[in-house]
Design a protein around this ligand. Structure first.
Ligand SMILES: Cc1ncc(COP(=O)(O)O)c(C=O)c1O
Length: 372
């Protein structure tokens, strides 16, 4: 059975992590010590940002960034096609989400959608953009420029986008700050974990305070300055992050090999998918295949499974404007039409950094038999 989850750690790497766990436990510095510093330094270097600050999750990273950028009591534009966490973070930061629709081509918004949203809601203060599946749309630099001109803050939700790159700029380095996730299914993992990337020293130091109960300046004393939380990463998670980061490019390359086989097959079979060829590199956290026939994703999942292929979670079958938890977030159904129609009409094949060429053949055969 081909599965959508693959923990990319060799036996040697696991032994190395176990050994480090012993060292960390004996050393007694379980948090905010040398491996956390090292991981942050290396991650910033990878993304090309001046600073990186680790946290316990991407959800908290988003909330902190939104709080610091002043989302409270203001409207924040966000794609409806995203994970619960993006919209929940706006609400927890005291803001009001304003949903943006998505394009059929990339399943993310574009400049026109953002402009439309800002014209309709002139009091929007900022944007929480989400690189769904790792896709950065071709006009994203224009989005960045538009936000700059309009004095809108722009936060990138990079939970899917480790290593994604457009015109030489990596996800997380385009605007005011990026928030990454290291949840187990992501392109790289630390079991649980998150990271903020930013070029602002002020933002980085405030994030460090917020993740550590509002203690500023790295002090462990009794004074709390910000209404922060206990959102730190542990030393062993940070060490695991270092092990994964070293091979992130390699892991993405394996995903790419699989997709390079699938794309021509899909084109030949006249099956639509979200393009990634305009990007310097796509993380390929998800490869989005659109389905046009009447079959439901649930039915398709069963069909694929009977052919030995377990489909991955989609991005996203139910957009946020249809989630029960967000029933009080107001929206005009006309403004989220594309997402309403197309979110339930796609699948994501189980492509991981463990996908072999035999797996790709089996996935392609299943696609041919189930979708065409
Ligand atoms: C787009 C997006 N943003 C944020 C998150 C939250 O990440 P975490 O689980 O690290 O809090 C996720 C998690 O799946 C996600 O998919």
């Amino acid at each position: 059975m081909i599965n959508p989850f693959y923990l990319d750690l060799t036996d040697r790497e696991i032994s190395d992590i176990q050994e480090k766990l012993g060292e960390i436990l004996h050393g007694g510095n379980l948090i905010l010590a040398k491996y956390t510093d090292e991981f942050e330094h290396e991650f910033a270097g990878y993304v090309g940002s001046k600073y990186a600050v680790s946290l316990n999750s991407c959800t908290s990273a988003l909330e902190v960034l939104l709080t610091i950028k002043g989302a409270k009591d203001r409207r924040v534009a966000v794609p409806t096609n995203t994970n619960f966490a993006s919209v929940a973070a706006i609400l927890r930061a005291g803001g009001t989400p304003v949903y943006m629709d998505m394009t059929i081509d990339y399943f993310v918004p574009n400049l026109d959608i953002l402009k439309f949203t800002v014209e309709k809601h002139p009091d929007v203060a900022g944007v929480l953009w989400v690189h769904i599946g790792g896709i950065i749309p071709p006009d994203f630099e224009k989005v960045v420029e538009f936000c700059r001109q309009k004095h809108l803050f722009l936060i990138e939700d990079c939970a899917h986008a480790h290593g994604s790159e457009l015109n030489g700029i990596k996800a997380g380095n385009f605007a005011d700050g990026g928030a990454f996730s290291f949840f187990p299914t992501k392109v790289m993992t630390t079991t649980e974990g998150g990271m903020i990337t930013t070029n602002s020293e002020k933002v980085a130091s405030r994030v460090k305070s917020f993740r550590n109960q509002g203690k500023r300046g790295g002090n462990y004393g009794g004074l709390h300055y910000d209404l922060g939380n206990s959102w730190r990463m542990s030393e062993i998670e940070a060490y695991m992050g270092l092990v994964q980061l070293v091979k992130l490019d390699e892991m993405i390359a394996v995903r790419r090999q699989a997709v390079d086989v699938l794309m021509p097959f899909l084109k030949e079979s006249k099956i639509d998918f979200c393009e990634i060829s305009h990007m310097g590199r796509a993380s390929l956290y998800k490869f989005i295949i659109r389905i046009e026939n009447e079959v439901t994703v649930g039915e398709l999942k069963e069909k694929f499974k009977s052919r030995g292929v377990v489909l991955g979670g989609s991005v996203y079958e139910v957009p946020c404007h249809m989630q029960p938890v967000f029933k009080d977030v107001r929206f005009d159904p006309e403004d989220v039409k594309v997402a309403t129609e197309l979110c339930p009409k796609h699948i994501c094949p189980p492509i991981t950094s463990g996908t072999t060429s035999e797996d790709v053949r089996q996935i392609a055969t299943a696609i041919g038999e189930c979708i065409r």
